[in-house]
Design a protein around this ligand. Sequence first.
Ligand code: ZN
Ligand code: ZN
Length: 335
Amino acid sequence: MKGLVLEKQDKIENNPLKLMDIEDLVPGKNQVKVKVKYCGICRTDLHTIEGDIPLKKSPIIVGHEIVGMVDEIGENVKSFKKGDLVGISWFNGSCGKCKFCKKGKTNFCPEIKLTGWNVDGGYAEYTLVDEDAAFNLNGIKKLDLTCLAPILCPGIAGYNTFKLLEAPKNMAIGLIGFGPTAYYVLKVAKYFGNKVYVSSRSEYHRNEALRNGADFVGNIYEEKPPFKLDGAIIFPPAGDLVEIVLESMEPDGILVLSGITMSKIIIENYHENLWGRTIKTLYHINKKEGEEFLKLVENLNLDIEIELFKLENAVEGLKKLKNGKLKGMNGVIEI
Ligand SMILES: [Zn+2]
Ligand SMILES: [Zn+2]
């Protein structure tokens, strides 16, 4: 099979991904082998490729927004059969035995497998996933298959992030930064009747937020939101935003940091800005919340614009992502 392999982390401009022939995959016990049809291009792939996060496996095939067909099932697989439509996200499997797995907090499992980080992902013709980590997409009827790829990462991650706000309804929520993940949080937050403020430095993104249902938009670096926030999510890896956002929160507010990396966080005024408030971080994603989101997703009136790339042109898509040039914010590889 063919796959795009990262052997050494490097800037995307230096084309560090090489298209190679790789030995065919054989599904292990409780695993399914998936023929990849689509794989989303994500900023986390770029972080992995360029060395912003350390490599957990080398060489590695990145890509964790995978839509495909079950091609072969391994020993003991019960919930999938050949030909099923299947989705694979960042979560690729966990031990099932540790205290976190037993509590349903599989995202904290010390043996967690992460697609395209410590196991090979979807920039290839085939990939493997644990049965328990794969999503059965047979029930999705209204959405186009190309759109399902981003739903599996920014969509599910966004929903996991939203849940960290402790399922607010009819509250005031701030979304700081407006990329693909924030788009899904906005849709979910509005679906549950919340008032949503979106901050972005980009006029284009502020307009996109308004078009997709935000009640107020602005740039929190320049002026405060027009109301106090019960919950807020910071998407960019900019630690300096933390105290700026906390200043605009109610004293019992929950602030969620959704990034996988973050620059230095300094809180100078504990009494005014932190006391009483809670700061949480999104730590990988949980299968249970992913399934909840996939049940909800067809009710959200999503309008997902996609730019398609061939596998051999994935680097072009990654460069466009890096430079903010992707049409509709979502690049997808078609295989
Ligand atoms: Zn992703
Ligand atoms: Zn575990």
